[in-house]
Design a protein around this ligand. Structure first.
Ligand code: HCB
Length: 239
């Protein structure tokens, strides 16, 4: 039965049907499906299918916008459930998130923020089209431990480097860790621009954020690979 539910969720995103997506998200919660499973196994594969079809010229910009709207409708139902879990945990660290200058893709970033919050991080989302200077000013003002920079376009990826440079210029690079992500981003790119880490999805972003906090507090400790499973374990199991 969950398989059919997940396929229906995927289809609601492909169809760009916010009402259906929202109803399916509500049904999933009522049926005891974990919100994270609904997101990762149901709705996100729908976004990936949309991206593929757009790439092949089978879908167009208005279709993608409708799909994004459906994704937002599903997240509006599921996000509060995930956030509730975060409120019950000790604060893990302060994270600033944003999508780079020139880029308006936000769904992946929102997902990263939701999972970080659900895992005890205090998250400040600066939104989309964020300049390096704004990342740096907010990092100073909000005493950020980590800055998470998203980019979905090959043309805006390079602005992740601008964020690293702006933090350096502001004299914050020593105390603020930078993690990057987004569909075209790779670990190699993260190394190349001097970021502290790369996460391929929201679950890995939580693991990476924990690892980066560890590196901040105990220099040298955080060199081991991030463990996505450990990232979602309750606090008591992690210590
Ligand atoms: Co957009 N778009 N788009 N788009 N879009 C992509 C990204 C293409 C790959 C589609 C394609 O060609 N196949 C393509 C980019 C090609 C390229 O540069 N290589 C593309 C294009 C070309 C464009 C426009 C230029 C189209 C046009 O106008 N001709 C335009 C650009 C506008 C701009 O930004 N200036 C555009 C516009 C749009 C919208 C507005 C219609 C819509 C965005 C709506 C919104 O976000 N509110 C949109 C969408 C939805 C997509 C696709 C279909 C889905 C993106 C998405 O939400 N994925 C995407 C195709 C694709 O990526 N498969 C397509 C789902 C999320 C969950 O994945 O990778 O974003 P994610 O995030 C993951 C992961 O990367 C990681 O965790 C997340 C959660 O698991 N992560 C981080 C992300 N950020 C992180 C930060 C961290 O610190 C750590 C981890």
């Amino acid at each position: 039965m969950p398989d059919q539910t997940f396929s229906a969720m995927q289809q609601s995103i492909i169809d760009g049907a916010p009402d259906t997506a929202s109803a399916l998200a509500q049904q999933a919660l009522a049926a005891g499906i974990a919100p994270l499973d609904a997101i990762n196994l149901g709705f996100v594969p729908g976004m990936h299918a949309v991206g593929e079809q757009f790439g092949q010229g089978k879908m167009f910009l208005p279709d993608m916008m409708a799909s994004a709207e459906a994704m937002r409708a599903a997240m509006a139902v599921l996000e509060p459930e995930l956030t509730k879990q975060g409120a019950e945990r000790p604060m893990e660290g302060i994270v600033i998130l944003g999508t780079t200058k020139g880029d308006i893709h936000e769904i992946g970033k929102i997902l990263v923020g939701t999972l970080l919050q659900a895992n005890g991080f205090q998250v400040h989302d600066l939104g989309v089209d964020v300049s390096g200077e704004r990342f740096a000013a907010s990092a100073r003002e909000l005493h950020a431990d980590i800055v998470g920079v998203s980019a979905l376009l090959t043309t805006t990826m390079r602005n992740q480097k601008t964020v690293v440079e702006a933090l350096q210029k502001a004299g914050l690079r020593e105390r603020v860790r930078v993690m990057v992500g987004g569909a075209p981003v790779t670990r190699r790119w993260a190394d190349e621009i001097g970021a502290d880490g790369y996460a391929k999805d929201a679950i890995s972003a939580v693991a990476l954020a924990r690892e980066l906090m560890g590196r901040k507090q105990v220099p040298g400790k955080g060199e081991q690979a991030a463990d996505p499973q450990a990232a979602l374990a309750p606090v008591a199991e992690r210590t």
